[in-house]
Design a protein around this ligand. Sequence first.
Ligand code: SF4
Length: 340
Amino acid sequence: MKKFADRLIQWGIKEGRTGLPWKDKLNGNYDPYKIWVSEMMLQQTRVASVLPKFNQFIRRFPDLEKLANSTLEDVIQVWAGLGYYRRARNLHEGAKIIVSERGKIFPKNAAEWSTIPGIGMSTSAAISSFVNGEKVALLDANVYRILCRRYCLDLTNSRAKEKEQLMKLATNLLPKKKSEMAQYSQYIMDLGATVCKSTQPTCSKCPVSEDCESFNSAAVHLYPKKVKLTRREKQITWVLTMDRDIILLERQNKKELWKSLLVPATEIKMRENYRLPRKNFLRSYRVKVSNCDLTVKVWKRNCVFDMLKITTRHKVVHKTMISKVPVPRLLEKVLKDFDF
Ligand code: SF4
C-alpha cells in the first residue's frame, strides 16, 4: 500500500481546491506576504468567506510596506465583516515588526514565523511549509479531525500533552521529500474541508480510507470526541446618540468585547443627566460574540452634539459614511433596522 502522503498528494493533484489567489506563484515561488495574509484570514474562517476579503485586502495593501505604513483604523476598516478583529491588529503589528525589526525580511522557518504576533504552531507550520518548504506538520482543525478519525483517538487539541501526541502522529505522516511539503500541507487541509468534513464525511471518496481505523470499524461518527464549550451570558446596553443624520460612536479598547471597533457612545454624559424615557427603547438583539451569548438592549436619544463632552475616543459619523468606518456587524444591522 502506498504511503499516506503519496495517496494524499495524488488525490490532491486531481481533486484539491484550485483558484486560490494566494497560491499564485512568482518565479516558481509563493509570495510570503500573500500566504501570511491568507493564513491569518483562514484562522476560524472558511475559504469561501476569505476569498472576496483577501482580494479586497491585497488591492488596498498590495505589499508588506503598504500594510506597515497604514493606520490600524484603515486595516480594520478593510477587515470589517470578517470578524475576529484581533487577526487584523496582529497582521498590522506583524508588518511593522517585519519592516522595522527584520529589515523587511520574512521569517525563514516555522520557529521564526511563530515570533510574529498572532501566529501559533499550526499557522507557522502552514506558512513555512508553503513558503520555505519546511518539513513541519500543521495541526489545524481539519488535520486534527483527520488524525482523530484515522487513529480512533479520543484526544483534544487543547491540552498540551495531547497536542504533543497529535503532533507526533501528524509528523509521522509527512512526505519524505521537502519539495512535496507545500502540496502536502495544502491537500491535507483540502481533504479535511471537502471530504473528511466535520459532518457527513464522504469516506467513499477518501484517498486514505484503506488505513482509516474509524472507517474500517464503522466508528467515524464517534470521532473527534465532542467537547462542550462553556458559554457566558452577557447583557449590554447601546444608546444610539444622534444629532439628526449624525451618530456618535466611540472606539472600544483592546480588552473590550468589540476590540478596536466603533460602537455607540453609550456612556457619554449629557449636560443635564437624565434617565431615558421608556419610549426611547428600540428593541433587544441576541447575538453570539466569541464565547458570549449576548443580549444587546438598544435605546435612542436625540440631542445637539454641542451639549456633549466629545473626546478623542469619540467619532462623529454621518449616516452616509457609516459603511466606511469599522463597526460590528450587529451595529450595521441595528442602524439598517432603524433606517439610519
Ligand atoms: S475514511 Fe472517512 S473518516 Fe477516514 S479520513 Fe477518510 S473521510 Fe475521514
